[in-house]
Design a protein around this ligand. Structure first.
Ligand SMILES: NC(=O)c1ccc[n+]([C@@H]2O[C@H](COP(=O)([O-])OP(=O)(O)OC[C@H]3O[C@@H](n4cnc5c(N)ncnc54)[C@H](O)[C@@H]3O)[C@@H](O)[C@H]2O)c1
Length: 378
């Protein structure tokens, strides 16, 4: 840091940065790093720079350093070496699921703030160890559930907070694709990822549902997990045929969750299901005053003047002539919230304790799918 005129002020344990950019390290230089995190950094390039890149495939880290790095950005193949650089304030963990927990914990212990990709971890025990590490180190940790920052989701969350739906006692979390199995990276590998569509996209849908219900107290989980299409060929998959030899994860999974307050959630997750009812990163809420779904944009149903009505907020200004539709700023918001948490001590929106409960429920669905028995979490 010498020679750059940096000033680091400590205020009540929070670090406030003045006259310098935050220094990030990126661990895992793959798809999500490119399409999300490097865009998030670019949106705040006056405040953040990426000074170190790590990937077990050196060439990837080198390419990212060239394309996205600050001048003189360093390249590593072992994240532990990156963590030794005391000038790095924060890391983004964008590796496969297996390493989220240990890389995050090591990073927190090394004094870095962490934005870790979803799912938080493969297991509840791993996720809990991450939460414990946050408590121990006092560093910021948040998880990459960027769907929370979509304009439509923000609208529904605001409606939940003003109690528009009353007590939400029935919900569905949707993560259904007809034929869109991810064929890059290690998504088909049970050991690396901990599972297939349930842990990959079911995690987003469940996160949104719990967040809008503001209910993180699961009671019982029952699940069914299917390996029915994984060995098929000529699949019609939108991302090209998957390799049946490599497909060790489920192709669909379904869970029924009851909460301590009596509310229930049905979670459906698939990368490949013979259905025309595709819905991803969406949810349905039913409360005592009204309900909401995303079946034709946001649709709110309630009763007014003794009649059933449907309200359709025009969030994206559809059909409004000459109007520029508002863009979803989910990527930028995620990046902004992380920066503000580090520099101003503001709370993160995706709290690690919340993401931990998502992981706990998903793990219980997998367990129930194996044993055929319900799993009780209290
Ligand atoms: N938030 C979202 O909507 C979203 C979308 C896609 C993926 N993801 C998550 O991001 C993570 C990565 O997914 P991806 O699609 O970018 O995969 P990817 O395969 O494209 O990238 C992962 C990269 O991590 C590298 N890597 C593996 N182990 C490593 C280690 N120990 N240290 C350093 N680098 C390592 C790999 O070589 C690879 O380059 C996954 O956890 C996935 O669930 C999130």
């Amino acid at each position: 840091m010498a020679g750059d005129g940096f000033v680091l002020l400590k205020r009540k344990g929070k670090i406030t940065l003045e006259n310098r950019k935050l220094r990030y390290g990126l661990i895992g230089c793959g798809m999500i790093a490119r399409i999300k995190h490097m865009k998030g950094v670019a949106a705040y390039k006056d405040e953040v720079e990426v000074v170190a890149f790590c990937d077990i495939i050196r060439e990837r880290a080198e390419n990212y350093a060239r394309e996205f790095g600050a001048p003189g950005a360093k390249v590593y193949t072992d994240y532990r070496e990156l963590l030794k650089d005391t000038s790095i304030d924060a890391v983004i963990v964008a590796t496969p699921n297996r390493s989220h927990s240990f890389i995050t914990i090591d990073s927190l212990e090394a004094g870095k703030h962490v934005l870790c990709e979803k799912p938080m971890a493969k297991t509840y025990a791993e996720a809990k160890a991450m939460v414990d590490a946050v408590k121990r180190t006092g560093k910021v940790l948040t998880i990459g559930y960027q769907n929370r920052y979509r304009n439509d989701v923000q609208y529904v969350k605001a409606a939940c907070e003003t109690d528009d739906f009353g007590e939400i006692y029935s919900a569905k979390a949707h993560a259904i694709r007809r034929r869109k199995v991810p064929t890059w990276g290690v998504f088909l590998d049970e050991y690396e990822q901990g599972g297939g569509p349930l842990i990959d996209i079911g995690t987003h849908a469940l996160d949104l549902t719990l967040w809008c219900m503001d209910n993180y107290e699961p009671h019982m989980v029952a699940g069914s997990v299917y390996h029915k299409l994984g060995k098929q060929t000529h699949t019609g998959n939108a991302l090209g045929d998957w390799d049946p030899e490599k497909m060790t994860v489920e192709d669909s999974a379904f869970g029924y969750i009851t909460m301590k307050n009596g509310a229930s959630i049905y979670l459906e997750a698939s990368w490949a299901l013979n259905t025309l009812d595709e819905k991803e990163a969406k949810f349905t809420l039913c409360g005592t005053k009204g309900g909401v779904d995303f079946n034709d944009g946001v649709r709110i149903n309630t009763v007014k003047h003794d009649k059933m009505i449907v309200e359709k907020p025009n969030i994206y200004l559809e059909g409004v002539p000459m109007a520029e539709p508002p863009k979803d700023m989910a990527v930028e918001m995620e990046a902004r919230i992380f920066i503000d948490a580090i520099t101003k001590g503001m709370p993160v929106v995706v709290k690690p304790e919340q993401a931990m409960v998502v992981t706990q429920i998903l793990e219980a669905i997998y367990e129930s799918g194996k044993t055929g028995k319900a799993v009780y979490l209290d």
